[in-house]
Design a protein around this ligand. Structure first.
Ligand SMILES: NC(=O)C1=CN([C@@H]2O[C@H](COP(=O)(O)OP(=O)(O)OC[C@H]3O[C@@H](n4cnc5c(N)ncnc54)[C@H](OP(=O)(O)O)[C@@H]3O)[C@@H](O)[C@H]2O)C=CC1
Ligand SMILES: CC(=O)N[C@@H](CCC(=O)OP(=O)(O)O)C(=O)O
Length: 346
């Protein structure tokens, strides 16, 4: 059995990790890390875990945890994992960080967008960007995985094949993304109160959202060029889900079959990517609770643009599910192990 510890297990992403790891046949959770609930029963923080988890919450002592665990998930705020990172930790346990600390290769870009100084820049080059469908072989060899962000996972996977195949002009990409409020975490913030979110949709982080450079960097690798794009996230009144609608100028006139062929080239053997049938737009409800990414596209020959659409569950493929997928790869397990949750509805 793989011994897993979760720092930040009392957050939304951490709780989703608990839910998935409890259903994983090869994993045992040995550490429920917390900052505010130390010594309290985990099941009293999350009552869905009543009778399923007997453990009490422990602190965020990663050094102690590394002696007991084979893998540590850090589902903690930006800056925490970087502030703890050391060679000794990585010699003792593999680390999968759900924050952005090791996602962006240029530390100056990280510091500029996140407004914090990076506490262990020396480990950035070693970290593998854990978008499994694209970086699978590198993830298998990694000690430190930077689990991608929720908007970024959905945006990159939706757009990647068309950039890779040179079908669209990368500098013309506009991403309109929408997220449920669990994407903002469990911490109390006025912007996330019921009256602020209910019966409302709003854009935020316009032209400044920190997922912009992460998407640009990864699509830049795909296209072999520097990419500058517009990314606008919106908060919508639902618990889970991310919907991406992305627009780009086509480099030439293309047929439905050519575009479908580009997606199939990269995704036809991917368990978790479902390219939908023609004219069926992705919906967050059909992926909820699962690790699936639903994708489709529409060519607009009138404007010479293509509209690419993707949907994920932010807490599963956008966070905990992808983290478990990365763990499976790092430990040589079949990638789908413990991730066969069927989407729930209604
Ligand atoms: N929510 C989402 O959809 C996604 C989140 N992520 C990333 O995952 C990480 C966690 O996000 P999320 O679960 O939403 O956040 P939450 O605010 O819900 O949870 C944060 C967790 O971190 C713990 N924590 C807070 N501050 C500290 C600290 N200074 N030191 C140690 N532990 C601390 C909290 O402990 P306690 O509650 O006990 O105080 C809690 O367990 C973030 O980096 C986020 O960006 C990535 C993709 C999607
Ligand atoms: C709705 C909402 O607030 N979402 C979060 C994204 C959370 C996430 O996945 O991003 P990181 O892991 O990169 O922090 C936000 O916009 O900041």
């Amino acid at each position: 059995m793989i011994k897993a510890g979760i720092i930040g297990s009392t957050g939304y992403a951490g709780n989703e990790l608990v839910r998935l790891l409890l259903q994983h046949p090869e994993t045992e959770i040995v550490w429920y890390g917390s900052r505010s609930y130390i010594d309290e029963r985990y099941a009293s923080v999350y009552r869905n875990m009543f009778r399923l988890v007997d453990a009490v919450c422990l602190d965020d002592n990663m050094e102690e945890l590394a002696k007991q665990a084979d893998v540590i998930f850090t589902a903690t705020p930006q800056g925490f994992c970087a502030s703890m990172m050391s060679e000794k930790l990585l010699e003792q346990a593999k680390i999968i960080d759900l924050s952005a600390d090791f996602r962006i290769k240029d530390v100056k870009v990280y510091e500029e967008w996140y407004k914090i100084s990076h506490k262990s820049p020396g480990f950035i080059s070693e970290a593998v960007y854990g978008l499994c469908e694209i970086n699978r072989e590198d993830v298998k060899k990694a000690r430190l995985v930077a689990n991608p962000g929720c908007y970024t996972t959905c945006s990159i996977l939706t757009i990647y094949p068309l950039v890779k195949e040179g079908l669209i002009d990368p500098d013309s990409i506009i991403i309109d993304a929408k997220s449920g409020t669990s994407g903002a975490g469990r911490g109390a913030k006025v912007a996330n109160l019921y009256c602020e979110v209910n019966e409302n949709i709003k854009a935020y982080g316009v032209a400044t959202h920190r997922h912009t450079p992460e998407i640009e960097e990864q699509l830049g690798y795909a296209g072999g060029c520097e990419v500058k794009l517009n990314f606008t996230p919106h908060l919508v009144p639902m618990n889970r889900g991310i919907l991406v609608t992305a627009y780009a100028a086509l480099r030439k006139s293309v047929s439905e079959q050519e575009v479908r062929g580009a997606y199939e080239k990269y995704y036809k053997n991917e368990t978790f990517i479902r390219l939908l049938e023609k004219d069926v737009p992705p919906e967050t409800r059909w992926v909820e609770g699962s690790n699936y990414v639903d994708i489709n596209f529409k060519i607009d020959s009138r404007t010479g643009r293509i509209i690419m659409m993707g949907a994920i569950d932010n807490l599963v493929k956008g966070a905990a599910g992808q983290a478990v997928q990365n763990m499976n790869l790092m430990f040589g397990l079949p990638e789908e192990t413990g991730l066969n949750q069927v989407p729930m509805f209604p």
